[in-house]
Design a protein around this ligand. Structure first.
Ligand SMILES: [Zn+2]
Length: 148
């Protein structure tokens, strides 16, 4: 389904849930002013034998978001490892539910009041899915001046 202008635009929007601990372990998410690698454990480092346990509060927040977006909660969802290489992904995989999301098919109606008239637009939401934030790159200095 195309919009009235014939242009279809897809956006992938990310939100960090305000949980006290990470999505699959009990490490603190309060890392903003911490030294690198101080909020890590065997699970979030992806060490052999470490098993992730999903954060219940994060799931509740994800369901709240999905309901607020008018999505249908799925009776089953699956988290799995998505393997890929990226500099901010030292363990080599991300745990995601991209293919088996927590919710599907939402709608959000927004009102555009520009140009003097009120006009409603419907934004379709394809899916709400959850995944861990695999890591973060911090350069000492800038990307141009950092030695590593
Ligand atoms: Zn951890």
């Amino acid at each position: 389904m195309a919009s009235e202008s014939g242009v279809k635009i897809g956006l992938e929007c990310h939100a960090q849930l305000l949980t006290k601990t990470k999505l699959f372990c009990s490490c603190s998410t309060d890392y903003q002013n911490s030294e690198p690698n101080t909020h890590v454990c065997a699970t979030c480092l992806g060490l052999p034998g470490a098993l992730p346990v999903v954060n219940g509060q994060a799931l509740r927040y994800g369901i709240k978001i999905a309901l607020a977006l008018g999505c249908t909660i799925q009776p089953e969802t699956i988290f799995y490892r998505k393997n890929y290489y990226y500099p901010d992904l030292p363990r080599g995989f991300q745990i995601t539910q991209y293919d088996f999301p927590i919710a599907l098919n939402g709608l959000v109606t927004i009102e555009n009041t520009e140009n003097g008239g009120a006009k409603e637009r419907v934004v379709r939401i394809r899916r709400v899915h959850m995944e861990d934030d695999p890591g973060r790159l911090v350069y000492k200095g800038t990307i141009d001046t950092a030695k590593y």
